[in-house]
Design a protein around this ligand. Sequence first.
Ligand code: 13P
Ligand code: SF4
Length: 361
Amino acid sequence: MQTYSVVPREYKTVNEAEAISRIKEHKRNLGKQMVILTHHYQRKELVPLGDYTGDSYYLSKVAANEKEAQHIIFCGVHFMAESARILCRPEQIVYLPNPLAGCPMADMAEIDDVLSSWKELKSVLSDSKVIPISYMNSAASLKAFCGDNDGVVCTSSNAHKAFEWGFKRGQKIFFFPDEHLGKNSCNRLKIPADEIIIWDPKKENGGNELEKIRNAKVILWKGYCHVHINFTPEHVKKIREQYPGALVVVHPECSEETVALADASGSTNFIVNYVTEAPSGSVIAIGTEINLISRLADMFPDKKILELTGQTCPMCVNMFRTTLGDLLYTLDNLGKVNIIEVDPEVKQGALLALERMLELN
Ligand code: 13P
Ligand code: SF4
């Protein structure tokens, strides 16, 4: 059961300086009783208020290792707070300051569709062991399905390791819900294209001929991130024409064609490290969410940081939902609002899959 409530108007209109000062006061008063985790895509005024900032893998590790704080505030999207809830101790309380912050990609793999696809797939592949692997961007029920069926969860930082792990335990991998991260992970492991198929849950046998399913090593759920599919190979070519010598770094939720032309690809932490380590004076075009790109531009005035498309604003509106007012409201009402709970029936399987992921690195 989630304890959601409507944010009162005064928190929507509170001015930035006042909200920051009151949030800092809560932080001083609560000390080690509370930690605030902020994902790299959060608004730039929120990030400095975080005790820890990072990618999904890093923040899930922080939640799993946090022993002192009774209150864990996750400024990110629902699947991140839900994973923290599963990984932390039962007596700790996890909060998502804006409960409407979801991930449309995670919603593309609903558990009922996964279960019926699994049944269909197993009837074709009765003599092969199929390992289900879910991207962290998924509901707890899907993580539990993976945990209960000898599978694992991964993030963008360790998907290739999860695939290697899977191939030690079975002949085939069924990966949810991001076909692009799946394809990029296969490419990294040099799995031939004709051994990879896309599974469209709306079609019979995922839209595949039976022979193709039998020959496939990797079956990729048809899903995508609406932010990252905006970045195209044409953008990479254009930026290189405009800025000869520019470096291009993208998130692996981008298409394989875009990743192939980039200089590097990796999780949001990888992108931050890539920009940090680039020499002063570098021109770096980035294919990921705009809030991270503009924060990096502010952090490194000695480097020219460009958004890869050069024209659109690749924003994750769900990450953008969380405001200073939402965080302040949550802190003013600790123990009462925006608490994330996980169905006990799925918690155990999801924990198993997440713990296997933490062991991968
Ligand atoms: P990271 O794990 O790289 O932070 O990615 C999370 C995400 O949602 C990217 O769209
Ligand atoms: Fe989900 Fe894409 Fe937003 Fe990441 S950027 S949280 S994958 S919608």
